[in-house]
Design a protein around this ligand. Structure first.
Ligand code: BTN
Length: 266
């Protein structure tokens, strides 16, 4: 068996092209960089085109949500950004949620442990009722385009993970599935989902809302929500609304959250 955990090679552009072709992905055009500040920043400066995506083996200034940084050793992670041109028929607030749904669908059959979406758009492994994050999404708007940044932990060692409740795909993949296969599987799934949504008369479509909610672990849980103005809300998450907001019942009131850091309250 090859040293799957430790062998950190950069992405192979030919293998990736083959994997995309194999899946007849609607999106096949990409730029692969060995090192970049941030794939989101790179794509913002490029000539934009729906479905174009940028990949890197390393980011020197990777960005996370709420001005946090996103850091991972070279070749240990998937760093990518995709360019979308949303129609006016939809809710931009759903782009991160739809991205997490596509990533969920593309990985569901490749993992041994249960995975779920944690509202709004993290992908987590569920183990002994705990949640371990292995992917994050950052969407930024520039003119009429959305830049969708996706970071996936692939084979970090435990001491390289940024937070306690984090993991990387290596611990849950059902075999030696390469980064190229994961990227191609996600890109083809996302392209198909996005095409369907973006061309719909109104999006998100009911099918996507239903599927997102079905696979969102946050609904039904007692949670603590840290708002970005530092307020904390504690209560039961009961729904994800058409706006993409999380509906939380605190006992005394109902609060709809548009963005927050969610932890389970024990
Ligand atoms: C989060 O905070 O959970 C979102 C993290 C998003 C990270 C990805 S990695 C590729 C893309 N480029 C960036 O600088 N950020 C996103």
């Amino acid at each position: 068996m090859t040293d799957f955990y430790e062998n950190r090679a950069g992405l192979d552009t030919q293998v990736l092209a083959q994997e995309l072709k194999k899946r007849s992905s609607l999106w096949q055009e990409y730029v692969l960089l060995d090192e970049v500040d941030s794939t989101n920043e790179f794509i913002k400066k490029m000539e934009k085109k729906e479905g174009l995506f940028v990949l890197a083996n390393f980011q020197t200034h990777g960005k996370g949500r709420q001005n946090r940084s996103w850091v991972a050793p070279k070749n240990s992670s998937i760093f990518m950004s995709i360019c979308l041109k949303p129609t006016k028929n939809g809710r931009l607030s759903w782009i991160p949620l739809l991205t997490s749904l596509a990533l969920f669908r593309s990985l569901e059959s490749l993992t041994t442990d249960k995975i779920k979406i944690k509202w709004p758009n993290d992908l987590v492994q569920i183990k002994n009722n705990e949640q371990f994050k292995f992917s994050g999404i950052l969407v930024e708007m520039i003119d009429e385009y959305a830049v969708v940044g996706v970071g996936i932990n692939y084979n970090q060692k435990n001491d390289e993970l940024p937070i306690k409740n984090a993991t990387s795909l290596k611990t849950i993949l059902s075999g030696e599935i390469t980064k190229e296969e994961i990227i191609a599987s996600f890109i083809s799934e996302f392209a198909a989902l996005w095409q369907e949504e973006n061309l719909a008369a109104v999006w998100p479509t009911n099918t996507s809302i239903r599927d997102y909610k079905k696979n969102c672990v946050t609904i039904g849980q007692e949670i603590k929500a840290q708002l970005f103005d530092k307020d904390i809300i504690q209560g039961k998450a009961v729904d994800v609304l058409e706006t993409g907001e999380l509906k939380v019942e605190t006992g005394s009131k109902t609060v709809n959250l548009s963005s927050a850091d969610i932890t389970l309250s024990h």
